[in-house]
Design a protein around this ligand. Structure first.
Ligand code: F6P
Length: 350
């Protein structure tokens, strides 16, 4: 039964300032004895590998690891249980997250954060490892501002976390989409059709750009690059038809448009039969690729290293192929977008 809190004495969280461990003397900080780990936001293939790594590396370093079920909701409600090394056996290869996840709106409010912090105290959690995307990181930052120790690990298929070059689940999602698009090309070629495929990515086009290159799409529509339908879609298809092409692949990132609408527009303008496919949550499932299993595993080891070094309130990142960490406040101020050269290269392959 979660503790009942006197919500009349909520501290004004906005006035709290995150502890900056960069200049705290480690000798003055108690070592970590017990941590919690949770998954939050949209699930991603490789999250289980990340949890497994935190559990295995944690226990091997003498740290007790507790699992929090259903993301921040579970933290708030005290759905917390010890995870031993056997609990994570046979999870590395499984998609999804065995701790389950949730998009927790309530956690963003002060009372949710406060309840989460107090539940950490109730279970004696000296730190919390949060595996998720930007929204999950903001919840972790709120806990840090309350004096809790947190570590963030980038888990989302979108690859849209600015502090890192790579997010767990990204490679698996792209391979799932690529395999689906190859199959769609087979049937589009049989019927001399245009196949318009909508991929995930929230407000980013990383998945769309890369699977578009990998599948030789005629057109790739991403939120980062404004497009003109007549010039960038219609003209491309008509030029192809005039060169004798018999089928067409158009990739649209969900943040750039709607496959159903675009297919209708293409068919109306060209009389080429056009069919939309929205890959949707197919991209969130499946057994993680080697890239995601190894990256998740090594990021989990680095998360434990940060805790052992008493480097708290860090985001685990991959920068130029190296796994490292950045301060959570700094990391959440960063921005990133698709490099201009990647877009030029895609156009040169068009
Ligand atoms: O953030 C991952 C993601 O799959 C996005 O690409 C997508 O827009 C969103 O989650 C879908 O959210 P939900 O699973 O809540 O429908």
């Amino acid at each position: 039964m979660p503790l009942l809190y006197d919500e009349s004495n909520l501290p004004d969280i906005s006035t709290l300032v995150a502890k900056n461990y960069d200049n705290i003397n480690p000798d003055e900080v108690e070592p970590i004895k017990r941590i919690g780990v949770l998954t939050s936001g949209g699930d991603a293939p490789g999250m289980n590998a990340a949890i497994r790594s935190v559990v295995r590396a944690g226990w091997n370093a003498g740290i007790e690891v507790y699992g929090v079920q259903r993301g921040y909701h579970g933290l708030w409600k005290g759905e917390i249980r010890e995870l031993d090394k056997r609990d994570v056996s046979e999870t590395l290869q499984r998609g999804g997250t065995f701790l389950m996840t949730a998009r927790s709106k309530t956690f963003a409010e002060d009372h949710g954060v406060l309840k989460g912090a107090r539940m950490m105290e109730t279970y004696g959690l000296d730190a919390l490892v949060v595996i998720g995307g930007d929204g999950s990181y903001k919840g972790a930052r709120a806990l840090a501002r309350l004096g809790m120790n947190v570590i963030g690990m980038p888990g989302t298929i979108d690859n849209d976390i600015a502090s890192t070059d790579y997010t767990i689940g990204y490679d698996t999602a792209m391979n799932t989409a690529m395999d689906a698009i190859d199959k769609l090309r087979d049937t589009a070629s049989s019927h001399e059709r245009c196949s318009v495929i909508e991929v995930m990515g929230r407000r980013a086009g990383y998945i769309a750009l890369n699977v578009g290159i990998a599948t030789g799409a005629e057109a790739i529509l991403i939120p980062e690059v404004p497009y003109d339908f007549n010039r960038d879609v219609l003209r491309i298809i008509l030029d192809g038809r005039n060169r004798g092409k018999k089928h067409y692949i158009v990739i649209v990132a969900e943040g750039a448009g709607n496959a159903t609408e675009i297919a209708k527009q293409i068919e109306a303008a060209t009389e080429i039969e056009s069919r939309p496919t929205i890959l949707g949550h197919l991209q969130r499932g499946g057994s993680p690729t080697l890239r995601d299993r190894t990256t998740a595993s090594l990021m989990g080891v680095h998360a434990i290293d940060c805790l052992l070094a008493k480097r708290y309130n860090r985001l685990i990142v991959e920068k130029n192929g190296v796994i490292t960490d950045v301060d959570i406040e700094e990391g959440l101020k960063m921005t990133k977008t698709i490099p201009e050269q990647d877009i030029i290269n895609a156009k040169r392959l068009g």
